[in-house]
Design a protein around this ligand. Sequence first.
Ligand code: NAD
Length: 280
Amino acid sequence: MGSSVAQLAAMHGHEVRNIDVDQPSLERARASVDRSLERFVRAGRVEEAGAERVVELIDYGCDLGAGVGDAEVVIESVVEQLEVKRAVLREAALAAPSSCLLGTNTSQLSITAIAAGVPEEAAERVIGMHFFNPPVLMRLLEVTRGQLTADDTVARTEEFGLTLDREVVILAKDVPGFVTTRISAAVRLECLRILEEGVASAEDIDRACKLGLNFPMGPLELGDFNGLDTFLAAVESLEASHGSRYHPPAVLRNMVMAGQVGRKAGRGFYRYGDDGRRLD
Ligand SMILES: NC(=O)c1ccc[n+]([C@@H]2O[C@H](COP(=O)([O-])OP(=O)(O)OC[C@H]3O[C@@H](n4cnc5c(N)ncnc54)[C@H](O)[C@@H]3O)[C@@H](O)[C@H]2O)c1
């Protein structure tokens, strides 16, 4: 997600630093941006020169403090774990300018809980900036203010979202799961229960949703695309806030424990080749 948010920002003329924990992660991010840009060029949506410019606008590094020293906007997009997000956003807040927007791309954690990790004066600049996968194609930016988020932060985030040509929806309350994650998790969990009950195969559940309900992608293939480990963490956290309706079925736990976490692992509900294409 982080590399695609970086690409989206660069495609709209922003200078970006993509920061990760190690070189292999950065190389994966760079390769993913290259592949995506190739597709944009092949589809005639971006010129060769434009793609080269996007590549030039993204810088890669592992030093978070140095990377955000002159940033206007930070978008934390690390693993969906509260403690990790708190620590990363705190480090960013300490090093970034005192006017910098501190966005978090959490899919469902409380923005207020993440903001509790930053120094007190920075909490008013923390805000949920929820992008969708892949950010370069998906038009929505779901914005959530935390308990301490300032009005000015909300207004600046909306302006920033418009510079990325996204449609911005601003929620009135900080509730775990926001609007979209609550709805999509409920739908995907029901698909998993149907699968577990043996009512239909993964493929047929996806086909039924696409053909009968007009879903652009089946919920299970979308689960593979987003990562089942990320989904399990999300529903565990939604269960903690909203109760047993988000209880993860055994089939999901088993797949994650077996490493069958979706496209990035080559195996989830479906199988994938090294290039991420579906094999069956
Ligand atoms: N996958 C999706 O479809 C999707 C959609 C919307 C939002 N999100 C959110 O985006 C975030 C990232 O999700 P993802 O699917 O890209 O996960 P991922 O596991 O693929 O990527 C997480 C990245 O964070 C890096 N990271 C971990 N700890 C770090 C640290 N301390 N400092 C810097 N980098 C660190 C990892 O090296 C990795 O590159 C999560 O909060 C997730 O909920 C994901």
